[in-house]
Design a protein around this ligand. Structure first.
Ligand SMILES: [Zn+2]
Length: 372
């Protein structure tokens, strides 16, 4: 429901209490009236991804650049006409959702060709190889350096430099893909985009998403280091602080991840390093028999979340996406919420979820079959 038109005769000032609310209402109405919400990406017989909209953050799905340009141009024009609102060009990004062809191996030429602002700053005085971190250079000097400028250079495979160059090549390739325009203005193509605190890669690479949350968690860990590592506080209190301050950050959005073995290992690896610093047990001990089991904690969260979704009304988008991206019978999509369970069919899972108490009990009963 919206009111009749009101002539305000002045704009809303940033920082006004009603400002964000008015903005959201206006954006919501504009999207509904002119967002072409019947358009989108047809995923399968049942699912269309038309748009994602949360507060002031919106993502529109289209089958190709041409359709996206037409949709955005129309929306931008109507927004200007009816609300004096304009889509910000620098803040709007385009993501071509597709599998990425493999990029070539990292060579020394790739590293020499980095633009000056991205060039690696740590240079070996013996052989001129450059490294992005002091640690990388130290490892090189200690183990790999041939001590001659003409010697064959050691491989970069699996190094930080390799990751940076590979990412750089992927980003470069995005620039070459077709451009989406608002009117005459071209939008940037990006490989990854952060939507609601979750970094999404154009090719669906989970490691991008997981690494993003782990980086933020380490940032938090640094911020609260003094408290978390303070020997004046009992260990169990500090572990509980770790859970609310760090684990919650690391697992933000993790109910939507494909929780594959690799992702579990990554999470457990980061958590065990942090725990080891808190408890003074070894990293290895914390990885094998953790003081706080982050994977078990996450599996519980995901179990509850799955129960909520399965109890939703049938027309809810979230429920539809969960069910219609799965086969009717097990095996389910690897790493998905349903793959966490051992139900043999979707119907069986839906049935079991109807009673909250039995659903909780089912999780508790689940044998802790060998920590993955
Ligand atoms: Zn060297």
């Amino acid at each position: 429901m919206y009111s009749r038109n009101v002539d305000i005769r002045r704009s809303i000032i940033q920082g006004d209490i009603p400002s964000p609310v008015c903005f959201l209402i206006a954006l919501d109405k504009l999207l509904k009236d002119h967002g072409a919400l019947n358009q989108g990406i047809q995923i399968n017989e049942y699912l269309v991804l038309s748009h994602l909209a949360f507060a002031d953050d919106a993502a529109l799905g289209n089958a190709n650049a041409e359709e996206a340009s037409a949709r955005l141009t129309h929306f931008d024009q109507k927004a200007k006409e009816e609300a004096g609102m304009e889509i910000s060009i620098p803040k709007t990004k385009v993501q071509h959702i597709q599998r990425q062809p493999k990029v070539g191996q990292t060579t020394e030429a790739d590293i020499d060709n980095l633009p000056p602002e991205k060039a690696f700053k740590h240079k070996c005085d013996k052989c001129d190889m450059t490294y992005p971190t002091a640690h990388g250079l130290a490892v090189h000097k200690g183990r790999w350096c041939k001590k001659r400028k003409t010697a064959r250079k050691p491989s970069r495979k699996g190094t930080v430099a390799d990751r940076i160059i590979t990412r750089e090549k992927i980003e470069k390739r995005q620039e070459a893909l077709e451009k989406v325009k608002i009117g005459e203005k071209e939008l940037d193509n990006v490989y990854s985009f952060i939507y609601l605190g979750s970094e999404h890669a154009a090719d669906g690479d989970q490691q991008v998403t997981v690494k993003h949350r782990c980086d933020i968690a380490w940032g938090r860990f640094g911020e609260y280091k003094k408290v978390l590592l303070s020997t004046k506080l009992p260990v169990d209190l500090r572990v509980r602080l770790f859970v609310v301050l760090i684990v919650s950050t690391m697992l933000y959005g993790a109910c939507g991840w494909f929780l594959t073995k690799k992702v579990k290992q990554t999470l457990n690896g980061h958590a065990s390093r942090m725990l080891s610093a808190i408890t003074r047990r070894t990293i290895h001990e914390e990885a094998k028999h953790p003081t706080f089991d982050i994977i078990d904690f996450l599996l519980n969260q995901r179990w509850n979340y799955l129960g909520h979704i399965l109890r939703m009304d049938e027309d809810r988008a979230l429920r539809k996406f969960l069910l219609h991206l799965q086969p009717d019978q097990a095996p389910f999509v690897p790493g998905s919420l349903l793959d966490d369970t051992n139900f043999s069919s979707l119907d069986e899972a839906i049935e079991a979820a109807q009673g909250r108490a039995t659903w909780r009990k089912l999780r508790a009963e689940r044998t802790n079959d060998s920590r993955w």
